[in-house]
Design a protein around this ligand. Structure first.
Ligand code: 2U9
Length: 340
């Protein structure tokens, strides 16, 4: 038994000399000192020893276990030191090296424009409403007083999913839904994506962004419309901006108009941005047509309202001097990173 346990010690110390890393060290400890370890197993034979031999072997066995455990502890400290030094070597930071440039994204010019408009109307007490992009034709056309045979309903203008389901061509259905759900007074804007079967070119895209607004209350007049939209123009393009309204025609408003603002580039004297007119067309607007009020369960003899609609993409490309609408959708980082 003495020889046997000394052999086990020698083998164990030999194995310990081979150890290169902490995990292996633990395996050696288990192999010799573990429950099924060689030394543990050998010492199970202690029972067969004579009463003279037992204390001697016992003492030797404890010495050997002690020696092995000491050796393991030293090795462990040495290996941990070695691993730490390796880690320090790996993690050494050469502070003279330039830092890694973290490319931070930035808001898309469309998002910046939408947020700017939202801030202006929130400041005027408007709510921001959203609604489905896939819409019933009754919300996209019928309730908006668009005649059954109007070309806007045609396939070449509108994406049809089914006879009575389309991709919305404007965000007006959102206002209709709110007018049917909530009673006046109402003051809201509805920004969002709209779809029309337009060919893609420098100024058209089958998917683009609009923002419409609506005010419904007792005694709302064209004066309220002009005052509100004039203030909006001054907040968006600058306090010196002037506005003018030209008569126009929409089915969902009567009377209707289009609003121009003095060119923010040349202040109205005429330049490339305003094609030398001094004015830039910004939006369409009008007093909500009584048929639309009725279709939404609002009595046109008690309430009146005004509405407006603008193309967000057009506002963004005008404000940022972007010459091609497609740049807004092509996700070219060289273009987008200009708006940091
Ligand atoms: C309701 C009643 C009336 C929304 C309006 C316009 C005028 C308008 C165009 C702007 C640019 C469409 O994308 S565009 O080509 N829109 O000029 N939109 S009044 O009128 C409404 C909306 C909802 C219930």
């Amino acid at each position: 038994m003495e020889l046997e346990i000394k052999l086990i010690r020698d083998h164990c110390l030999a194995d310990l000399n081979e150890v290169e890393e902490l995990k292996a060290l633990d395996n050696v400890r288990i192999k010799y000192l573990g429950k099924k370890g060689a030394l543990t197993i050998a010492l199970k034979g202690m029972g067969k020893l004579s009463s003279e031999e037992r204390p001697i072997i016992g003492k030797l066995a404890n010495e050997i276990r002690e020696e092995i455990e000491q050796n393991i502890t030293q090795q462990k400290q040495a290996l941990e030191q070695k691993e730490m030094e390796a880690q320090i070597r790996e993690e050494v930071i050469d502070v003279s090296l330039p830092g890694k440039k973290h490319l931070s994204g930035n808001l898309h010019p469309l998002t910046t424009t939408i947020n700017e408009l939202k801030e202006i109307f929130l400041g005027m007490g408007f709510t921001i409403e959203e609604g489905p992009e896939i819409e019933w034709t009754k919300y996209n056309f019928d309730y908006l007083n668009v005649p059954k045979e109007h070309s806007a309903r045609d396939l070449q203008d509108t994406f049809y999913y089914k006879d009575d389901i389309v991709l919305r061509t404007q965000t007006s259905p959102v206002q209709v839904r709110v007018m049917q759900e909530r009673k006046p007074p109402l003051r809201m804007i509805s920004p969002g994506r709209v779809y029309r079967t337009d060919e893609v070119d420098a100024t058209h895209s089958p998917v683009f962004h609009q923002m419409e607004g609506l005010v419904i209350d007792k005694g709302i007049t064209m004066g309220d419309l002009k005052g509100t939209l004039d203030l909006f123009a001054k907040k968006l393009f600058g306090e010196q901006t002037k506005t003018k309204f030209r008569p126009h025609q929409f089915y969902f408003t009567e009377p209707s108009a289009e609003m121009d603002v003095t060119c923010f580039k040349c202040g109205g004297v005429g330049c490339k941005v305003c094609s030398n007119t001094g004015w830039i067309e910004v939006l369409g607007c009008g007093m909500v047509h009584p048929n639309v009020l009725k279709a939404c369960g609002i009595d046109p003899d008690v309430y009146s309202g005004f509405a407006f609609g603008l193309g967000l993409d057009r506002i963004a490309i005008t404000k940022y001097g972007i010459t091609d609408l497609r740049l807004l959708f092509e996700n070219d980082l060289r273009f987008l990173s200009q708006f940091k």
